[in-house]
Design a binder for this molecule. Structure first.
Ligand code: AMP
Length: 287
């Protein structure tokens, strides 16, 4: 496994490959858990070579404290990547990706205004900018993203289409702990009691799913019920809990086709997100 830190070195490696070699990219912020590893395993099985990037991207954090306390453990990550058969770990530093005078950004409009985009201004602009840069440097045939970050997956898919990147965006299922808690690097900030409270989010989403499956199509009614579930837990503050169209993130009066139930909560100062997609009509492309 190669460890590459510089864009120029990564470009040289990329140019040395035969044209018919398929290269996959799994972009991450490191501190690997089984969610990250599942993306690597899928990518490993579908491509000749696998690049995993590790970069805690400062421009996607709307809160500087959150950036500084984001967990990092590169040595452990490198070991896990090696075990997964990763070919290249690309771990650039800030000054290589954002040299002095940096002033160019990529922005997907519309679908970034709601959900996490509404509560984290500038977050998706930071994500789409760094992912564009990674696509330009790695030139992957396929890039793998977790549906745990469902809005991010849709936004990247749209960006890739709109900007004609020659990359297929592959969405992978959310990996959960045995009790249902979605795996996240941020879970490590939780005490045992907070971890229990964090489960309220998944419980609420499951309540929403049950309602959709029983025929409810009114987003407001579903949101009220989901909020009630979280409201039973004292340590939890709701950022948002919403029912939307899973194809374009719109919020119709009556839900149809494919429904996204998505939520973000704070457990003390730790922000956690999760979602469930429920199919209620004909399957949609790209969902
Ligand atoms: P992050 O390091 O949090 O930026 O995540 C890197 C990639 O892993 C993103 O595409 C995430 O959506 C994905 N990911 C994070 N957590 C999970 C999970 N529990 N299940 C599946 N994918 C995940």
């Amino acid at each position: 496994m190669r460890e590459i830190e510089k864009i120029e070195a990564l470009r040289r490696w990329r140019k040395s490959l035969p044209a018919d070699c398929t290269v996959a990219l799994v972009p991450t912020m490191g501190h690997f858990h089984r969610g990250h590893l599942s993306l690597m395993q899928r990518a490993r099985g579908e491509n000749d070579l696998l690049v995993v990037s590790i970069f805690v991207n400062p421009i996607q954090f709307d809160d500087e404290r959150d950036y500084h306390r984001y967990p990092r453990d590169q040595r452990r990550d490198l070991e896990l990547a090696r075990q997964e058969g990763v070919d290249v770990v690309f771990a650039p530093d800030n000054s290589d990706l954002y040299p002095e005078g940096y002033c160019s950004y990529v922005q997907v409009e519309g679908m970034t205004d709601c959900l996490c985009g509404a509560s984290r201004p500038g977050h998706f602009r930071g994500v789409t900018t760094v992912v564009s840069k990674l696509f330009n440097v790695v030139r992957p045939g396929r890039a793998y993203f977790g549906k745990k970050d469902y809005q991010q997956y849709l936004v990247i898919q749209r960006m890739t289409r709109d900007l004609s990147f020659d990359t297929e965006v592959v969405g992978c299922p959310t990996v959960r702990e045995a009790d249902g808690l979605a795996m996240s690097s941020r879970n490590q900030h939780l005490s045992a009691g907070q971890r229990e409270s964090a489960l309220a989010l998944y419980r609420a989403l499951k309540r929403g799913r049950a309602m959709v499956e029983e025929g409810s199509r009114d987003p407001e009614e579903i949101e009220i019920a989901m909020r009630q579930v979280v409201g039973e837990h004292t340590e939890v503050e709701i950022d948002y809990l919403q029912a939307r169209d899973a194809g374009d993130l719109s919020r119709p009066k009556r839900l149809r086709r494919c429904v996204l139930l998505a939520g973000a909560i704070y457990v003390s100062s730790t922000r956690l997100i999760d979602n469930i997609v429920v199919q209620v009509g004909e399957p949609q492309e790209g969902v």
